[in-house]
Design a protein. Structure first.
Length: 267
C-alpha cells in the first residue's frame, strides 16, 4: 500500500519499481521520436508513430481521450507552449517542436517530453531550446529530501531570466503515479526555501516551458492548444523524477542523447 504525507503520495518500493518500468518505456518512445523528426513529416504522423510504439511496448498512450484530448501525444510547434493537437501540419525546416509522451503501463504513468529541431535552427530557436533543456537540469539538481518545491522554481527562474527568456506560469509540473496528474503542483518559478518539503518516495514531473518573449499565454478555441500571447517561440523539456534518499532519480532517463534535440552544449 502507498500512504500520504501532506496529501502527497509516498511510493512504496513496489510502486517505485513500476514507475521505473513505465518511465523507461516512455523514455524509449521519446528517443525513437528523435529518429523520425524531419522537414515534411506531419504532426499526425508523429502521433501515429507514438501510438504504435506505445502499444508495441504493451503500454497505453495516456493522453488519448484524457479529459477529451483527441490524440495519443501532444505536438507543440514554435509558438505553441503545450498541448498542441496533432493534425495535418507539416513540419518545416527551422521549426522547433515539443513532443510530449505519456505511457500508462501496469497502472502507472511515465511522462516525458523534449523539444526537437527540424533541420537547422535559427539562433533564437536554438537559444530558447537550450535554455529550456538546461532549466530542466537545474530544476532536477535541486531535488533532494528536505529541499522545498520553491527551490526548483527559483533555480529555473533565475537561470532562464538571466538568459533574457521567461518562464511560463500558467502550467506546472505535477505529481504522478496511478494518476496522470496528482499533487504536488511543481511551479517553474518561485522563491527558494518556500513550499512543500520534499520527502523520499515522492514522484513528480519537472517540465519548464520557456519563452523567448513574455511568459503570458492564451488557450485557443480548441480548449487545449496554449500559445505564447506575443507569438514568440517556446520550448519545453520534461522528466518524471523520484525523490531518493540523497537526491533525485530520473525515472524517464533515456538510453542516449536525443537525435535532433540534444545536439548542442551551449549552456
Amino acid at each position: 500500500m502507498h500512504f500520504r504525507r501532506s496529501s502527497v503520495e509516498i511510493k512504496t518500493q513496489r510502486e517505485i519499481e513500476l514507475m521505473r518500468e513505465v518511465g523507461r518505456l516512455a523514455g524509449e518512445t521519446l528517443s525513437a521520436v528523435g529518429d523520425i523528426i524531419r522537414p515534411g513529416i506531419t504532426t499526425d504522423e508523429i502521433n501515429e508513430f507514438v501510438h504504435a510504439d506505445t502499444l508495441r511496448k504493451g503500454a497505453e498512450p495516456a493522453p488519448l481521450n484524457y479529459l477529451g484530448f483527441p490524440k495519443s501525444v501532444c505536438t507543440s510547434v514554435n509558438e505553441i507552449v503545450c498541448h498542441g493537437i496533432p493534425g495535418p501540419q507539416k513540419l518545416l525546416a527551422g521549426d522547433i517542436i515539443n513532443v510530449d509522451v505519456t505511457h500508462l503501463y501496469k497502472g502507472y504513468h511515465g511522462d516525458t517530453s523534449a523539444t526537437f529541431y527540424v533541420g537547422t535552427p535559427s539562433a533564437e530557436a536554438r537559444k530558447v531550446t537550450e535554455v529550456s533543456r538546461k532549466s530542466l537540469e537545474l530544476g532536477i539538481a535541486q531535488v533532494a529530501p528536505g529541499a522545498r518545491l520553491g527551490d526548483i522554481g527559483a533555480a529555473i527562474q533565475e537561470f532562464a531570466e538571466g538568459q533574457n527568456c521567461s518562464v511560463v506560469r500558467d502550467f506546472v509540473g505535477h505529481g504522478i503515479g496511478r494518476k496522470f496528474h496528482d499533487e504536488p503542483k511543481v511551479s517553474h518559478y518561485g522563491k527558494a526555501g518556500t513550499g512543500l518539503r520534499l520527502k523520499e518516495g515522492m514522484t513528480f514531473t519537472i517540465e519548464p516551458m520557456i519563452n523567448v518573449g513574455h511568459w503570458e499565454v492564451k488557450v485557443l478555441e480548441d480548449e487545449w492548444t496554449a500559445v505564447t500571447l506575443d507569438g514568440t517561440l517556446s520550448a519545453q523539456f520534461e522528466h518524471t523524477v523520484l525523490v531518493t534518499g540523497d537526491g533525485a532519480e530520473i525515472l524517464t532517463a533515456r538510453p542516449g542523447k536525443l537525435k535532433n534535440s540534444e545536439i548542442f552544449d551551449d549552456y
